[in-house]
Write a protein that binds this ligand. Structure first.
Ligand SMILES: *Cc1c(COP(=O)(O)O)cnc(C)c1O
Length: 852
């Protein structure tokens, strides 16, 4: 019989075990090893069967066991000590309090459509969500006062199983919030706090607000599954990336607009501070800026004045160089939703203009969330150095006339949260031999850790993965073949001694799940090599609507099922955080073969590297930045190949060659003790040099120093004196934009160098600029100079500002000097751009005039 309704009855813990309740409800347990060990100690079997979920564990534990623990003095003391440690962690000054000035912002809103924090709270689909989870965890560890905002999806993403013929099947198990570490935000009278969004036709969408404690970070998740909504509106938050246009739009309206309202409620109902700046993690969350504009209009500002304030205090991160990854809506749909009471004071035309693709190459009547994100955020970034460059090219049309290098999108390379992603055995090794539990700061080059020690730990991690993989495959087999018992081949599936390559990812086409199958016979011979066998562990989910992706999975599964290959290659269903935590440490080599440059960053390889796995990857995303010849291998990318098929062939051949001729020989080259000395050297090098760079602590510190603090300062400046600077800036932008068509460089002269210019000579440049209607202070006139390349393109140009020498009349003369510091070809030009102290970039207005 199937239950028609279910709920979770929480265990009543004996008084002496009260600490467990607190430890289970703050998700810090998910990255605090001693707390995890405490829960595991209660019942190792239930800890495993619950998928490492303290609340589920406490719910399932036998009362006898609890009674026994309640009088176990040692256990009670351990639990209390951990609770005290949690309290200390929550209250003590950390990096942010110690290193940033006392007027650093007291709160920062961080909005993301998904958060991957623990397997026990499945509110993520892949990289974006895991990154957001890691961002919160590192922010917690560093004391950065973030308030996270997202949605609570009743079914999360989906659970994947694979049919006997290799087809992905999806299930949407319904989550019970009562069984999760969540609490409802309530009014003092006990009623649940709610946000409401006005809908077309006069109705409203309501949502309650779940609070999650992620260490020091409060995370708010909005949930529409409440009786105030009709069935259609209840299902707005049914699943992550579930429906099409309108469903998605409703989710994003709720996330952005509802999210800001939820934060306001939080600060009314608790002692939480109101954020001074907001971080929009990918375009999906962009509507948050509109709610803030609406509030400012309520305070008496015009739309364009309010826009200046919101821009100053918003950081926007773009995560994809794949156009299909960007959310776009029909303008008519946006118009329909904003021609309502949704945002008091905000004119629908102004909303439409923010997302309009009204630039070269744009599509009419389309509302683009990334474009809106860029227009609502004065500071923007991509997620690796290469992705920053690609993004500047991709969005360059928004700043017409500017070279790509001047497009105001910087980059902060992603990182991963080391305490979450480092295997406990490696942490134990660092503690034992290097005296620290922080594996990212440990001195792995020290002889205190022997090659044999490292290799032993690596072998253990591989064996643990093999065991887990067999267990998962046997379990999946059991579902399709009930009552038959495990087939014999499962016991020989994978070998704990064999070189193990891991490959797990979502399955969009650019990630090329099946590149390794390009030449199946060659792959087979690599796997089955009698001296130097190789095994591959694969996992990944395809979007439910992506049949192409499912066919790729099917091809892999079919190949892996062939009886000779079966022991060396396996596809593990239902890739999630729990699997990933064993998969990355258990692989010797982490493979990534996207089509360059479509992988914005890629974080799975980072997580592998933190565990001493070596990367084998196309030079894309983070690997393009960090590959140094010693920490793994680069698959050369055949960017200039004639067509996709040729490119796949060239890159697949390189992949096979690297495995056969470099990777396998090095792995199997052992000393008398069975240790592959050269391999271990590369592990050591990876741990010593990459771990600190790849950690999310480095990433969050960079966000704070390079983006959050400047944004907070800008927001304060522009809001001072009852927003006088915002009003002035809006007016100035209108004036400059109107005058710009009349700005021109009428004449440029230079002197000071002889017929044969030499290094050290000074080039005097004078430019006559018509600034009709503007003052010389409104513009920056600059010489742009550098090595002149083909087509007179300036390479890595530098700039020197010219100063107005005669301030009156028109044209105005600007003059300055460039020192010729390098031999070789030299070229220069003169450009005019708007200048104002509140601009973060001279490109901000997209206005530029260049001498002809
Ligand atoms: C890290 C991670 C991802 C993202 O990996 P990429 O290399 O960025 O594609 C996806 N799913 C899970 C479960 C992860 O842990």
């Amino acid at each position: 019989m199937k239950a028609i309704r279910r709920f979770t009855v929480r265990t009543v813990l004996p008084d002496s075990l009260g600490a467990l309740e607190e430890l289970a409800t703050n998700l810090r347990w998910s990255w605090h090893l001693p707390t995890r060990e405490l829960f595991e100690f209660i019942s190792p079997e239930t800890w495993e069967s619950s998928g490492h979920d303290p609340i589920a564990l406490l719910g399932e534990i036998e009362p006898d066991r609890l009674a026994e623990l309640a009088v176990n003095g040692e256990f009670v003391a351990r639990a209390n000590a951990l609770r005290d440690d949690l309290h200390r962690y929550l209250g003590e000054p950390r990096w942010y309090q110690q290193s940033c000035s006392s007027d650093a912002p007291k709160a920062i809103g961080y909005f993301s459509p998904e958060f991957g924090i623990a397997a026990a709270l499945p509110q993520y689909s892949g990289g974006l969500g895991i990154l957001a989870g890691d961002h919160l965890k590192s922010a917690s560890d560093l004391g950065v006062p973030i308030i996270g905002v997202g949605l609570f999806y009743r079914s999360g993403y989906f659970a994947q199983s694979i049919s006997p013929d290799g087809w992905q099947e999806e299930a949407y198990p319904v989550l019970d919030p009562d069984g999760l570490p969540l609490s409802v935000l309530r009014h003092p009278d006990g009623t649940a706090a709610q946000v409401a969004l006005a809908l077309p036709g006069g109705g409203a969408l309501y949502a309650r607000i779940w609070q999650v404690a992620v260490g020091r970070i409060p995370l708010l998740l909005l949930d529409t599954d409440i009786p105030e909504n009709d069935d259609a509106m209840r299902s707005v938050t049914d699943r992550l990336y579930g429906g099409g246009g309108e469903h998605r739009l409703l989710q994003e309206l709720l996330l952005g607009i509802g999210g800001v309202r939820a934060i306001k409620l939080l600060s009314e109902l608790t002692d939480a501070e109101v954020p001074e700046l907001f971080h929009t993690n990918e375009g999906h969350a962009g509507f948050l800026g509109l709610e803030r504009i609406s509030d400012l209009i309520g305070d008496g500002l015009s739309f364009s004045e309010a826009l200046q304030v919101v821009r100053a205090g918003t950081v926007f991160t773009t995560h994809t160089p794949v156009p299909a990854g960007i959310d776009r809506f029909d303008s008519a749909l946006i118009e329909q939703y904003f021609s309502t009471d949704l945002l008091p004071g905000v004119d629908v035309g102004d909303v439409l203009a923010l997302g309009a693709e009204n630039y070269d190459g744009g599509t009419p009547n389309t509302f683009n969330m990334a474009v809106m994100g860029l227009r609502l955020g004065q500071r923007a970034n991509g997620v690796s150095r290469l992705h920053g460059e690609v993004s500047r090219g991709m969005f360059g049309a928004l700043w017409p006339g500017f070279d790509n290098v001047d497009v105001p999108i910087t980059s902060v390379t992603n990182g991963v949260h080391a305490p979450t992603w480092t295997d406990p055995s490696l942490v134990a090794l660092a503690e034992e031999k290097l005296g620290t539990s922080d594996t990212t700061l440990a001195d792995w080059s020290s002889p205190a850790v022997g090659d044999g020690d490292l290799w032993r730990v690596r072998n253990g991690m591989r064996a643990q993965l093999v065991k887990d993989a067999r267990h998962r495959v046997a379990k999946a087999w059991g579902v399709h073949n009930p009552g038959v018992g495990d087939p014999a081949w499962v016991a020989d599936m994978l070998d704990p001694e064999v070189l193990t390559i891991g490959f797990a990812r979502r399955v969009p086409t650019y990630k090329r799940l099946t590149l390794m199958l390009h030449d199946p016979e060659r792959l087979r011979s690599i796997l089955l090599d009698p001296q130097r066998p190789v095994q591959i562990v694969i996992a990944g989910k395809s979007h439910p609507a992506d049949d192409e992706g499912k066919r790729l999975i099917q091809r892999l599964v079919e190949f892996a099922q062939e009886p000779d290959v079966r022991k060396r290659m396996v596809f593990l269903p239902n890739y999630d955080i729990g699997m990933a935590q064993l998969l990355y440490p258990g692989t010797d080599v982490w493979l990534n073969n996207p089509l360059r440059p479509l992988e914005a960053c890629g974080t799975s390889g980072m997580k592998a590297a933190l565990n001493g796995s070596l990367n084998l990857s196309i030079l894309d995303g983070w690997w393009a930045e960090f590959y140094d010849q010693e920490n793994g291998w680069a698959i050369p990318s055949a960017d200039s190949a004639g067509d996709a098929a040729e490119r796949d062939k060239l890159e697949a051949d390189s992949l096979y060659d690297l495995i056969e001729h470099q990777i396998a020989p090095r792995f199997y080259d052992r000393n008398a003790d069975g240790v592959p000395v050269r391999w271990v050297e590369a592990i050591r090098h990876t741990l010593a040099t990459l771990s600190p760079e790849l950690s999310a602590d480095r990433m969050v510190r960079e966000y704070v120093e390079r983006l959050y603090l400047p944004a907070a300062a800008a927001a304060r400046t522009i809001s001072a004196d009852a927003f006088a600077p915002a009003r002035a800036l809006a007016e100035w932008k209108t004036k400059v934009t109107a005058a710009w068509p009349r700005i021109s460089v009428s004449h440029v002269e230079s002197g000071g160098v002889d017929a044969v210019p030499q290094v050290g000579d000074e080039l005097h440049v004078r430019a006559h600029v018509n600034i009709d209607g503007l003052s010389p202070d409104d513009v920056a006139v600059e010489v742009v100079y550098g090595r002149a390349r083909e087509g007179d393109q300036l390479e890595n140009p530098e700039r020197v500002e010219l100063v107005a020498t005669k301030g009156t009349g028109n044209p105005v003369q600007f003059a300055g000097t460039v020192v010729l510091s390098r031999a070789g070809s030299f070229g220069y030009n003169v450009r005019v751009v708007p200048r104002h102290p509140l601009l973060a970039s001279p490109a901000e207005l997209g206005l530029i005039t260049v001498a002809n």
